[in-house]
Ligand binder design. Sequence first.
Ligand code: AOF
Ligand code: ZN
Length: 373
Amino acid sequence: MAITTDDYPFMAQALRLAERGRYTTMPNPRVGCVLVKNGAVVAEGWHIRAGEGHAEVNALAAAGNNAQGVTAYVTLEPCSHTGKTGPCSHALVDAGISRVVYAMEDPNPLVAGRGLDYLREHNVQVDGPLLEDDARALNPGFVKRMERKLPFVRCKMGMSLDGRTAMASGESQWVTGKKARGDVQRLRARSCAIISGIDSILLDNSSLTVRIDELEMPDAEQAAAKQPLRVVLDSNVRLSRKAKILTQETPILVVHNGSADADKLTGWPDHVEFIALPANDGRVNLGALLSELAKRQCNEVLVETGATLAANFLRRGLVDELIIYMAPKLLGSSARPLFDLPLVSMSSALPLKISDMRAVGTDWRITAVPDTE
Ligand code: AOF
Ligand code: ZN
Protein backbone atom coordinates (compact mmCIF):
# COMPACT_ATOMS: atom_id res chain seq x y z
CA MET A 1 0.00 0.00 0.00
CA ALA A 2 1.33 3.40 -0.87
CA ILE A 3 0.16 6.83 0.21
CA THR A 4 -3.59 7.47 -0.08
CA THR A 5 -5.72 10.57 0.38
CA ASP A 6 -6.49 9.37 3.93
CA ASP A 7 -2.87 10.02 4.89
CA TYR A 8 -2.84 13.77 4.14
CA PRO A 9 -4.88 15.10 7.07
CA PHE A 10 -2.81 13.12 9.59
CA MET A 11 0.45 14.45 8.17
CA ALA A 12 -1.02 17.96 8.18
CA GLN A 13 -1.82 17.45 11.86
CA ALA A 14 1.76 16.27 12.50
CA LEU A 15 3.07 19.41 10.75
CA ARG A 16 0.89 21.61 12.95
CA LEU A 17 2.21 19.84 16.05
CA ALA A 18 5.79 20.36 14.89
CA GLU A 19 5.06 24.09 14.58
CA ARG A 20 4.59 24.18 18.34
CA GLY A 21 8.35 23.78 18.68
CA ARG A 22 8.85 26.95 16.64
CA TYR A 23 10.65 28.85 19.43
CA THR A 24 12.11 26.01 21.43
CA THR A 25 13.74 23.08 19.60
CA MET A 26 16.91 24.80 18.42
CA PRO A 27 19.46 23.57 17.42
CA ASN A 28 17.23 20.56 16.73
CA PRO A 29 14.54 20.61 14.05
CA ARG A 30 10.83 21.09 14.74
CA VAL A 31 9.22 17.66 14.44
CA GLY A 32 5.67 16.38 14.99
CA CYS A 33 4.23 12.86 15.20
CA VAL A 34 0.69 11.47 15.13
CA LEU A 35 -0.13 7.80 15.88
CA VAL A 36 -3.24 6.49 14.11
CA LYS A 37 -5.15 3.21 14.37
CA ASN A 38 -8.21 2.30 12.30
CA GLY A 39 -8.52 5.86 11.07
CA ALA A 40 -8.51 7.41 14.57
CA VAL A 41 -5.75 9.33 16.34
CA VAL A 42 -4.39 7.32 19.27
CA ALA A 43 -1.75 9.80 20.44
CA GLU A 44 0.32 12.78 19.35
CA GLY A 45 3.67 14.25 20.25
CA TRP A 46 6.17 16.88 19.21
CA HIS A 47 9.74 17.74 19.97
CA ILE A 48 9.95 20.52 22.54
CA ARG A 49 13.62 21.03 23.23
CA ALA A 50 17.01 19.59 22.41
CA GLY A 51 18.15 17.02 24.91
CA GLU A 52 14.59 15.93 25.65
CA GLY A 53 12.25 13.43 23.97
CA HIS A 54 11.93 13.44 20.21
CA ALA A 55 8.44 13.73 18.70
CA GLU A 56 8.01 9.96 18.23
CA VAL A 57 9.11 9.13 21.78
CA ASN A 58 6.70 11.71 23.19
CA ALA A 59 3.86 10.32 21.07
CA LEU A 60 4.67 6.71 22.10
CA ALA A 61 4.68 7.76 25.76
CA ALA A 62 1.25 9.36 25.28
CA ALA A 63 -0.04 6.17 23.59
CA GLY A 64 0.95 3.95 26.52
CA ASN A 65 0.02 0.34 25.60
CA ASN A 66 -1.92 1.41 22.54
CA ALA A 67 0.91 1.62 20.00
CA GLN A 68 0.71 -1.97 18.69
CA GLY A 69 -0.14 -2.00 14.97
CA VAL A 70 -0.47 1.79 14.59
CA THR A 71 0.63 4.00 11.71
CA ALA A 72 3.05 6.75 12.75
CA TYR A 73 2.95 10.02 10.78
CA VAL A 74 6.23 11.87 11.31
CA THR A 75 7.33 15.15 9.75
CA LEU A 76 10.98 13.99 9.67
CA GLU A 77 12.49 10.57 9.14
CA PRO A 78 12.78 8.87 12.56
CA CYS A 79 16.38 9.03 13.73
CA SER A 80 18.75 6.07 13.77
CA HIS A 81 21.50 7.47 15.96
CA THR A 82 22.00 7.77 19.67
CA GLY A 83 22.47 11.46 20.28
CA LYS A 84 21.18 13.25 23.34
CA THR A 85 18.34 10.68 23.22
CA GLY A 86 18.00 7.10 21.89
CA PRO A 87 17.08 6.25 18.27
CA CYS A 88 13.38 6.81 17.45
CA SER A 89 13.36 4.17 14.69
CA HIS A 90 14.24 1.56 17.34
CA ALA A 91 11.61 2.88 19.76
CA LEU A 92 8.93 2.64 17.04
CA VAL A 93 9.88 -0.96 16.20
CA ASP A 94 10.02 -1.93 19.87
CA ALA A 95 6.53 -0.50 20.39
CA GLY A 96 5.20 -2.75 17.61
CA ILE A 97 4.05 -0.12 15.12
CA SER A 98 3.30 -1.45 11.64
CA ARG A 99 3.64 1.54 9.28
CA VAL A 100 5.53 4.85 9.16
CA VAL A 101 4.57 7.71 6.86
CA TYR A 102 7.29 10.37 6.78
CA ALA A 103 7.26 13.88 5.29
CA MET A 104 10.97 14.22 4.51
CA GLU A 105 14.22 12.38 4.99
CA ASP A 106 16.49 13.68 7.73
CA PRO A 107 19.29 15.72 6.06
CA ASN A 108 21.46 15.14 9.14
CA PRO A 109 24.39 13.00 7.87
CA LEU A 110 24.12 10.98 11.11
CA VAL A 111 20.70 9.77 9.94
CA ALA A 112 20.22 10.36 6.16
CA GLY A 113 18.06 7.35 5.26
CA ARG A 114 19.36 4.99 7.96
CA GLY A 115 16.26 5.47 10.10
CA LEU A 116 14.01 4.43 7.20
CA ASP A 117 16.32 1.48 6.38
CA TYR A 118 16.12 0.25 9.96
CA LEU A 119 12.32 0.37 9.88
CA ARG A 120 12.12 -1.54 6.58
CA GLU A 121 14.60 -4.13 7.85
CA HIS A 122 12.28 -4.70 10.79
CA ASN A 123 9.19 -5.25 8.65
CA VAL A 124 7.67 -1.82 9.15
CA GLN A 125 5.97 -0.51 6.04
CA VAL A 126 7.50 2.85 5.12
CA ASP A 127 5.75 5.38 2.87
CA GLY A 128 6.79 8.89 1.88
CA PRO A 129 7.80 11.57 1.32
CA LEU A 130 4.44 13.24 1.94
CA LEU A 131 3.94 17.04 2.09
CA GLU A 132 7.72 17.37 1.77
CA ASP A 133 7.70 21.07 0.80
CA ASP A 134 5.77 21.94 3.95
CA ALA A 135 8.14 19.86 6.07
CA ARG A 136 11.20 21.58 4.60
CA ALA A 137 9.57 25.01 5.08
CA LEU A 138 9.08 24.20 8.75
CA ASN A 139 12.84 23.91 9.26
CA PRO A 140 14.56 26.13 6.69
CA GLY A 141 17.53 26.69 8.99
CA PHE A 142 18.10 23.10 10.10
CA VAL A 143 17.80 21.88 6.50
CA LYS A 144 20.20 24.50 5.11
CA ARG A 145 22.72 23.96 7.90
CA MET A 146 22.72 20.20 7.33
CA GLU A 147 22.84 20.45 3.54
CA ARG A 148 25.14 23.47 3.07
CA LYS A 149 26.77 24.14 6.45
CA LEU A 150 25.21 27.61 6.53
CA PRO A 151 22.30 29.08 8.49
CA PHE A 152 19.10 30.31 6.84
CA VAL A 153 19.39 34.11 6.67
CA ARG A 154 16.32 36.27 7.13
CA CYS A 155 16.76 40.02 6.81
CA LYS A 156 14.14 42.25 8.42
CA MET A 157 13.67 45.92 7.60
CA GLY A 158 11.00 48.52 8.43
CA MET A 159 10.19 51.23 5.92
CA SER A 160 7.73 53.96 5.04
CA LEU A 161 5.42 53.80 2.03
CA ASP A 162 8.08 55.79 0.17
CA GLY A 163 10.77 53.23 0.99
CA ARG A 164 12.60 55.16 3.72
CA THR A 165 13.83 53.70 6.99
CA ALA A 166 14.94 56.68 9.09
CA MET A 167 15.26 60.44 8.98
CA ALA A 168 18.59 61.89 7.79
CA SER A 169 19.57 62.34 11.48
CA GLY A 170 19.20 58.57 11.96
CA GLU A 171 15.97 58.97 13.95
CA SER A 172 13.90 55.86 13.29
CA GLN A 173 11.65 55.35 16.31
CA TRP A 174 9.12 54.42 15.26
CA VAL A 175 8.53 53.93 11.58
CA THR A 176 6.29 50.89 11.99
CA GLY A 177 3.44 50.34 14.43
CA LYS A 178 3.10 48.31 17.62
CA LYS A 179 1.68 45.18 15.98
CA ALA A 180 4.55 45.02 13.50
CA ARG A 181 7.03 45.40 16.33
CA GLY A 182 5.31 42.50 18.11
CA ASP A 183 5.66 40.47 14.93
CA VAL A 184 9.41 41.19 14.94
CA GLN A 185 9.56 39.70 18.43
CA ARG A 186 8.31 36.44 16.93
CA LEU A 187 10.94 36.59 14.17
CA ARG A 188 13.61 37.08 16.83
CA ALA A 189 12.25 34.28 18.98
CA ARG A 190 12.42 31.69 16.19
CA SER A 191 16.02 32.66 15.36
CA CYS A 192 19.17 31.17 16.86
CA ALA A 193 21.04 34.45 16.36
CA ILE A 194 20.34 38.09 15.62
CA ILE A 195 23.00 39.90 13.64
CA SER A 196 23.43 43.64 13.80
CA GLY A 197 26.12 46.10 12.82
CA ILE A 198 27.92 48.30 15.32
CA ASP A 199 26.56 51.47 13.70
CA SER A 200 22.96 50.41 14.33
CA ILE A 201 23.81 49.35 17.88
CA LEU A 202 25.44 52.73 18.61
CA LEU A 203 22.67 54.69 16.91
CA ASP A 204 19.56 52.88 18.16
CA ASN A 205 21.01 51.61 21.44
CA SER A 206 18.75 48.59 21.04
CA SER A 207 19.06 45.48 23.18
CA LEU A 208 18.05 42.91 20.50
CA THR A 209 16.39 40.66 23.06
CA VAL A 210 13.10 38.80 22.89
CA ARG A 211 10.30 39.79 25.25
CA ILE A 212 9.42 36.13 25.74
CA ASP A 213 6.51 36.89 28.08
CA GLU A 214 4.81 38.79 25.25
CA LEU A 215 4.88 35.85 22.82
CA GLU A 216 1.43 34.32 22.62
CA MET A 217 1.89 30.63 23.41
CA PRO A 218 1.14 28.06 26.11
CA ASP A 219 3.11 28.40 29.37
CA ALA A 220 5.09 25.16 28.93
CA GLU A 221 6.37 26.27 25.54
CA GLN A 222 7.07 29.77 26.80
CA ALA A 223 9.21 28.29 29.56
CA ALA A 224 11.29 26.47 26.94
CA ALA A 225 11.86 29.55 24.73
CA LYS A 226 15.42 30.84 24.68
CA GLN A 227 17.07 34.18 23.99
CA PRO A 228 18.91 34.10 20.67
CA LEU A 229 22.63 34.77 20.50
CA ARG A 230 23.20 38.48 19.78
CA VAL A 231 25.91 39.00 17.20
CA VAL A 232 27.48 42.43 16.74
CA LEU A 233 29.60 42.99 13.65
CA ASP A 234 32.17 45.38 14.98
CA SER A 235 35.31 45.17 12.81
CA ASN A 236 37.26 47.76 14.83
CA VAL A 237 35.70 47.14 18.27
CA ARG A 238 33.82 50.40 18.71
CA LEU A 239 31.17 48.90 21.04
CA SER A 240 30.57 51.18 24.02
CA ARG A 241 30.93 49.69 27.48
CA LYS A 242 27.72 51.50 28.34
CA ALA A 243 25.66 50.11 25.42
CA LYS A 244 22.18 48.93 26.40
CA ILE A 245 22.78 45.61 24.66
CA LEU A 246 25.11 44.67 27.54
CA THR A 247 22.45 44.99 30.23
CA GLN A 248 20.77 41.66 29.58
CA GLU A 249 23.11 38.85 30.56
CA THR A 250 22.46 36.48 27.66
CA PRO A 251 25.31 35.73 25.24
CA ILE A 252 26.69 38.39 22.92
CA LEU A 253 29.26 37.61 20.24
CA VAL A 254 31.31 40.58 19.05
CA VAL A 255 32.96 39.85 15.72
CA HIS A 256 35.99 41.91 14.76
CA ASN A 257 38.82 41.82 12.25
CA GLY A 258 41.62 40.99 14.67
CA SER A 259 43.39 44.35 14.47
CA ALA A 260 42.11 45.87 17.73
CA ASP A 261 44.51 46.58 20.62
CA ALA A 262 44.39 43.91 23.34
CA ASP A 263 43.11 46.36 25.98
CA LYS A 264 39.97 46.95 23.91
CA LEU A 265 39.12 43.26 24.27
CA THR A 266 39.52 42.96 28.03
CA GLY A 267 37.39 43.87 31.02
CA TRP A 268 34.02 43.02 29.46
CA PRO A 269 31.24 41.17 31.31
CA ASP A 270 31.34 37.35 31.14
CA HIS A 271 28.45 37.07 28.69
CA VAL A 272 30.39 38.96 25.98
CA GLU A 273 32.66 36.93 23.71
CA PHE A 274 35.01 38.41 21.12
CA ILE A 275 36.17 36.55 18.02
CA ALA A 276 38.29 37.64 15.08
CA LEU A 277 37.25 36.50 11.60
CA PRO A 278 38.84 36.96 8.18
CA ALA A 279 38.23 40.43 6.75
CA ASN A 280 38.43 42.21 3.41
CA ASP A 281 39.54 45.86 3.49
CA GLY A 282 39.20 45.74 7.28
CA ARG A 283 35.56 44.56 7.21
CA VAL A 284 34.63 41.14 8.49
CA ASN A 285 33.84 38.68 5.71
CA LEU A 286 30.11 37.95 5.94
CA GLY A 287 30.43 34.45 4.46
CA ALA A 288 32.98 33.60 7.18
CA LEU A 289 30.58 34.96 9.78
CA LEU A 290 27.75 32.73 8.56
CA SER A 291 30.02 29.65 8.48
CA GLU A 292 31.04 30.41 12.05
CA LEU A 293 27.38 30.67 13.11
CA ALA A 294 26.59 27.33 11.42
CA LYS A 295 29.48 25.77 13.37
CA ARG A 296 27.81 27.12 16.49
CA GLN A 297 24.64 25.24 15.41
CA CYS A 298 22.64 28.30 14.36
CA ASN A 299 19.69 27.30 12.17
CA GLU A 300 17.83 30.53 11.39
CA VAL A 301 19.55 33.88 11.83
CA LEU A 302 17.90 37.29 11.67
CA VAL A 303 19.76 40.26 10.23
CA GLU A 304 18.38 43.36 11.94
CA THR A 305 20.54 46.24 10.97
CA GLY A 306 20.92 49.38 8.86
CA ALA A 307 20.88 50.01 5.13
CA THR A 308 24.61 49.48 4.56
CA LEU A 309 25.22 46.14 6.25
CA ALA A 310 21.88 44.77 5.03
CA ALA A 311 22.83 45.75 1.47
CA ASN A 312 26.18 43.97 1.86
CA PHE A 313 24.45 40.74 2.84
CA LEU A 314 22.08 41.13 -0.12
CA ARG A 315 24.75 42.01 -2.66
CA ARG A 316 26.76 38.93 -1.72
CA GLY A 317 23.72 36.72 -2.27
CA LEU A 318 23.65 35.72 1.41
CA VAL A 319 20.00 36.56 2.14
CA ASP A 320 17.44 33.77 1.84
CA GLU A 321 14.39 35.79 2.82
CA LEU A 322 13.60 39.48 3.16
CA ILE A 323 10.86 40.60 5.54
CA ILE A 324 9.88 44.21 5.00
CA TYR A 325 7.33 45.98 7.16
CA MET A 326 5.81 48.87 5.23
CA ALA A 327 4.23 51.66 7.28
CA PRO A 328 1.53 54.00 5.97
CA LYS A 329 3.59 57.18 6.21
CA LEU A 330 5.87 59.22 4.00
CA LEU A 331 9.29 60.17 5.35
CA GLY A 332 10.29 62.31 2.39
CA SER A 333 13.25 62.51 0.08
CA SER A 334 15.97 63.40 2.59
CA ALA A 335 15.20 60.34 4.72
CA ARG A 336 17.42 57.23 4.45
CA PRO A 337 16.74 54.61 1.79
CA LEU A 338 15.98 50.98 2.55
CA PHE A 339 19.26 49.60 1.20
CA ASP A 340 22.53 51.32 0.33
CA LEU A 341 22.65 49.87 -3.14
CA PRO A 342 24.02 52.45 -5.56
CA LEU A 343 22.84 50.68 -8.71
CA VAL A 344 22.85 52.58 -12.01
CA SER A 345 21.24 50.40 -14.64
CA MET A 346 18.10 48.28 -14.69
CA SER A 347 20.22 45.30 -15.65
CA SER A 348 21.93 45.38 -12.24
CA ALA A 349 18.63 45.38 -10.27
CA LEU A 350 18.32 42.52 -7.76
CA PRO A 351 15.36 40.37 -8.84
CA LEU A 352 13.02 39.22 -6.06
CA LYS A 353 9.83 37.21 -5.82
CA ILE A 354 7.17 38.28 -3.33
CA SER A 355 6.09 35.09 -1.58
CA ASP A 356 3.68 36.59 0.94
CA MET A 357 2.10 39.93 1.76
CA ARG A 358 -0.28 40.58 4.62
CA ALA A 359 -1.51 43.30 6.92
CA VAL A 360 0.02 43.40 10.39
CA GLY A 361 -1.89 46.02 12.36
CA THR A 362 -1.68 49.26 10.39
CA ASP A 363 1.40 48.11 8.43
CA TRP A 364 1.99 45.60 5.66
CA ARG A 365 4.46 42.76 5.91
CA ILE A 366 6.08 41.83 2.62
CA THR A 367 8.06 38.60 2.37
CA ALA A 368 10.37 38.42 -0.63
CA VAL A 369 12.94 35.86 -1.71
CA PRO A 370 15.74 36.19 -4.28
CA ASP A 371 14.49 35.26 -7.75
CA THR A 372 17.13 32.89 -8.97
CA GLU A 373 15.36 31.79 -12.18
C1 AOF B 1 13.55 12.53 15.27
N1 AOF B 1 12.54 13.12 15.98
O1 AOF B 1 11.70 14.81 17.15
C2 AOF B 1 13.81 15.09 16.22
C3 AOF B 1 14.83 14.49 15.42
O2 AOF B 1 20.79 15.12 19.95
P1 AOF B 1 19.49 14.43 19.70
O3 AOF B 1 19.43 13.03 20.22
O4 AOF B 1 18.30 15.24 20.18
O5 AOF B 1 19.35 14.29 18.13
C4 AOF B 1 19.19 15.42 17.32
C5 AOF B 1 19.06 15.00 15.88
O6 AOF B 1 17.94 14.11 15.73
C6 AOF B 1 18.77 16.17 14.95
O7 AOF B 1 19.95 16.73 14.44
C7 AOF B 1 17.94 15.50 13.85
O8 AOF B 1 18.76 14.82 12.94
C8 AOF B 1 17.14 14.50 14.64
N2 AOF B 1 15.94 15.17 15.15
N3 AOF B 1 14.64 13.24 14.96
O9 AOF B 1 13.46 11.36 14.90
C9 AOF B 1 12.63 14.34 16.47
N4 AOF B 1 13.95 16.34 16.74
ZN1 ZN C 1 14.63 10.67 17.08
